[in-house]
Design a protein around this ligand. Structure first.
Ligand code: BG6
Length: 507
């Protein structure tokens, strides 16, 4: 990452929450470590709990030690902790914002005159509107001779109607080029690599279409359960939590046309065209293209885990889905009749996110009799946990007989670039500081993905969610969804470097 960044004041709303501890503080620490926070920059922690600077700094250090991939260096921490100021206020209390304004003025008067600010809303979404209204009322949103940016965590609304309402309130206070809607999947290295893979390599471009590709499957699987987020998750479910945002981004990056340039507007324009081309479906058709499930108890990594309905803060008769699978078609020139199958869920067999581009099979005239479990050619983009790209093709097994099997060529990201690639939040925070919106979601994207998700959600209002065993790959209906098209889900495989990497981290 480059190093010419403006000084700025980052105001984090919800600074004592889970997101700040797990993601933002470790990301800020790493940015400080890389000298990517300007020496005049400050971080104002805005939260409801009463505490002083020292106490908050102490808790921040603990969070960084807990959640950062790196060992804390005292010098770096000292520099970062000097930048942190705690500001206690209720989100609804306008007096707190007026005091914040004075605090910002004071900080700015000591610096080189620049008073750039980033308002980071890491607060519960139910407070988004009230925070925005108070930023406007107090005059904090407007800054003379400096820039002002606002960052939203997901979920951006809980359906199209609420998203529109929220967007309207934001637009009264901020312009679109000041609004940064986070989708942390866009900050992941291998997700950013998708455009490079497709448009910087001449070998993939000619075959990236309906003529050569049979279908695409995208998996975002987690072995974790709902953890401490029952309150939020039970009202959301897998469809709104993952498909509406992260998986829609993965579809569009896989399917979009090359943009005119890499400028945010050009990239976003092409992305939204994909969502607009997704084949419309009726409420009745939802049962043919969408499947849901909820985890029961089971075993993961040799540990017994409880059922979703037994988890903390979950309704005993909850009908919320913790698994969703979809089949979508993109009715445009490139993708006509190439289905995109998506699946995501909690408490699945393992944590893995990957995109499989499955190519059409050749006529098979020559080697039909010599085949051992032959699979189609596949390009697999491994987003996590083991980042990389694999190309699967057929090869002869050594020996006198002609037997053909599947083999893979693997690109292992960590082997080539080392383990210290920037975390998604580090990259995204940096982009907000330099004013690059490319990796953030535009309003058009939000609007179109809610349109698709709302329809499914409406169809799912009635009827019961089916159960699947924790530690499995989801309900059997998900298999039926793809098998009725004479296709199957491909099990994620480790790359040949996997053991190598494991050994190097345990040594
Ligand atoms: C979040 C969801 O957006 O993404 C969580 O709200 C989910 O439910 C998380 O666990 C997954 O992110 P990652 O980066 O671990 O794949």
């Amino acid at each position: 990452m480059e190093k010419n960044i403006d000084p700025c004041i980052i105001i984090i709303f919800g600074a004592t929450g889970d997101l700040t501890n797990r993601k933002l503080l470790p990301a800020l620490y790493k940015l400080e470590f890389e000298s990517l926070l300007h020496k005049e920059s400050k971080i104002i922690a805005f939260a409801r709990k009463s505490k002083d600077n020292e106490q908050f700094r102490k808790e921040s250090l603990k969070a960084i030690k807990n959640f950062s991939k790196f060992k804390v260096n005292n010098e770096v921490w000292k520099r970062l902790s000097n930048k942190i100021v705690y500001h206690q206020s209720e989100f609804q209390d306008i007096k707190g914002y007026n005091k914040l304004k004075n605090l910002i003025k004071k900080i700015c008067s000591k610096s080189s005159g620049k008073c750039n600010r980033i308002f980071y809303l890491a607060a519960p979404p139910s407070f988004f509107e009230v925070i925005i209204n108070n930023l406007k009322k107090s005059g904090l949103a407007i800054s003379e001779k400096s820039w002002s940016r606002v960052v939203f965590e997901k979920p951006f609304g809980h359906d199209l109607k609420s998203a529109k309402k929220l967007n309207k309130a934001i637009k009264k206070a901020f312009k679109e080029n000041e609004i940064y809607r986070i989708d942390h999947y866009l900050g992941k290295e291998l997700v950013q690599n998708l455009l490079v893979l497709r448009f910087a390599n001449s070998i993939f471009d000619p075959i990236w279409n309906k003529k050569y590709i049979d279908h695409v499957q995208i998996t975002v699987a987690e072995d974790l359960g709902v953890e401490t987020r029952g309150n939020y998750y039970d009202k959301s479910g897998a469809l709104k939590d993952i498909i509406q945002n992260h998986m829609m981004q993965l579809i569009v990056l896989t399917a979009m046309e090359p943009p005119v340039s890499l400028d945010a507007d050009d990239v976003r324009e092409e992305k939204v065209k994909v969502l607009r081309s997704i084949r419309a479906f009726t409420l009745k058709e939802v049962s043919k293209i969408a499947v849901r499930g909820q985890y029961g108890s089971g075993t993961i990594n040799n540990k017994r885990v409880k059922a979703y309905r037994e988890e903390d803060k979950i309704e005993k008769n909850s009908n919320t889905e913790t698994f969703a699978a979809l089949k979508l078609n993109i009715d445009n020139w490139r993708w006509l009749n190439v289905p995109f199958y998506l699946r995501t869920g909690k408490r699945l067999k393992e944590r893995v996110a990957e995109i499989n581009i499955v190519f059409k099979q050749n006529p098979g005239i020559l080697f039909n009799e010599h085949v051992k479990n032959i699979e189609p050619n596949m390009l697999i983009v491994r987003i996590q946990p083991e980042e990389g790209i694999s190309l699967q093709f057929s090869a002869k097994i050594p020996g006198k007989k002609m037997i053909v099997d599947n083999v893979r060529m693997d690109f292992c990201h960590e082997c080539k670039f080392g383990p210290n690639t920037p975390d998604a939040y580090e990259r995204l925070l940096y982009d907000v500081m330099i004013g690059d919106q490319t990796l953030f979601t535009s309003w058009d994207m939000v609007e179109h993905s809610w349109k698709i998700v709302d329809k499914i959600s409406k169809a799912w209002k009635n009827g019961k969610v089916t159960s699947y065993n924790a530690g499995s790959w989801g309900p059997k209906e998900a298999d039926v969804l793809i098998e009725k098209d004479k296709r199957k889900w491909y099990k994620p495989q480790k790359s040949i470097y996997s053991t190598l990497l494991q050994n190097s981290t345990t040594q």
